[in-house]
Design a protein around this ligand. Structure first.
Ligand code: GTR
Length: 324
């Protein structure tokens, strides 16, 4: 009896002191579930930070939208209520115009092209733009390519989308993107999409393989068309208030650990994409792969005309297109 008690006590003491060792624990939000690549990458970043700061700094990831839907958590991060946030660039489109550029449909030729751009000067320009909005841009993560899916029928051409209702992230540009394809867009928080499809409020949505899988949307919308209209990067930001509360040395540790989490994330992402695609195929999802993207690309001209208006954004688009 006595022998049993001692190890238990020792174990719990160790746990308590490990938790207490952190002087500052940064609370980080993510809409995705435990184990999703973005969640794991921020946890890994936290481990690096804890080790390099000798226990001064830790990160606690609140996954599964525990702190709220993306649009709300962005506001709370700006207010300093949430310290860190991992989100898509989409919900930033209406707030920070530079984020619209890598969110433009068909702006990137491939994921490799996106990496090259986001790892270079254009990426840095976008990270810097968060600075004018009470945030600090730390790093970009992968979000694969997004395609349309629905509960009604296989979409084999743009004409099939006529009059259908698709959920988009809360970004005006995505509303216009869907309208330009002849369909109707409903901006809606991610957490409402499953029931939206189930109840017929919307016919479908658009996302990458891992989100289509982990959200369970494939269960209610089994037609997926690989039109790959978006390759929107995701971003890890920190609240300006939380960042300014750190010493210069710790700020540098945060920036570096965020950067070092990027290759970790990319590896996790590539594996998860393949896994999720295999899982939904296995579940009987009907996938249209041989779609002609040319009409989709041509239909985006008015979207570019409406959103790429300032010389700064025009230059960014040119720089992206010129990136080999
Ligand atoms: C996912 C992305 C999330 C969220 C979601 C959505 O691919 O990782 O951050 O933006 O899409 O569609 O709302």
């Amino acid at each position: 009896m006595f022998k049993l008690v001692i190890p238990t006590l020792l174990a719990s003491t160790a746990l308590v002191s490990a938790a207490n060792a952190c002087e500052t624990t940064l609370r980080s939000s993510d809409t995705h579930p435990d184990g999703y690549p973005t969640v794991v990458a921020v946890e890994r970043m936290g481990e690096m930070l804890e080790e390099r700061s000798e226990g001064r700094l830790c990160i606690e990831v609140f996954h599964s939208a525990q702190l709220g839907e993306e649009k709300d958590t962005i506001e709370q991060t700006q207010f300093g209520v949430i310290d860190m946030n991992r989100v898509s660039l989409g919900p930033f489109n209406n707030i920070i115009e530079e984020t619209q550029v890598p969110s433009l449909p068909y702006i990137f030729r491939s994921v490799e092209h996106m990496h090259k751009v986001m790892d270079g000067p254009v990426g840095q320009q976008i990270l810097d733009a968060f600075g004018d909005h009470d945030l600090v841009g730390l790093a970009f993560y992968d979000g694969g390519s997004r395609s349309f899916y629905n509960s009604e029928k296989p979409i084999t051409s743009m004409a099939d989308m006529e009059g259908m209702k698709f959920r988009v992230m809360q970004s005006d540009m995505f509303v216009d993107m869907v309208s330009a394809l002849g369909a109707n867009a409903t901006p809606m928080p991610y957490g409402e999409v499953y029931s939206g499809i189930q109840t017929g409020v919307i016919d479908g949505a658009e996302n990458n393989w891992p989100s289509y899988d982990s959200s369970g949307h494939f269960e209610v919308a089994k037609y997926y068309t690989m039109d790959e209209h978006l390759i929107v990067p995701e971003v890890l930001v920190m609240s300006r208030t939380a960042f300014d509360g750190l010493s210069a040395e710790d700020q540098e540790l945060v920036r570096q650990a965020a950067k070092d989490s990027v290759p970790v994330m990319r590896e996790l992402w590539a594996a998860r994409e393949a896994e999720s695609e295999a899982k939904v195929r296995e579940a009987g999802v009907e996938i249209v792969t041989d779609i002609d993207k040319t009409p989709f690309i041509e239909a985006m001209v008015p979207v570019y005309e409406k959103y790429v208006t300032s010389p700064v954004l025009q230059q960014m688009v040119q720089d992206i297109q010129a990136t080999e």
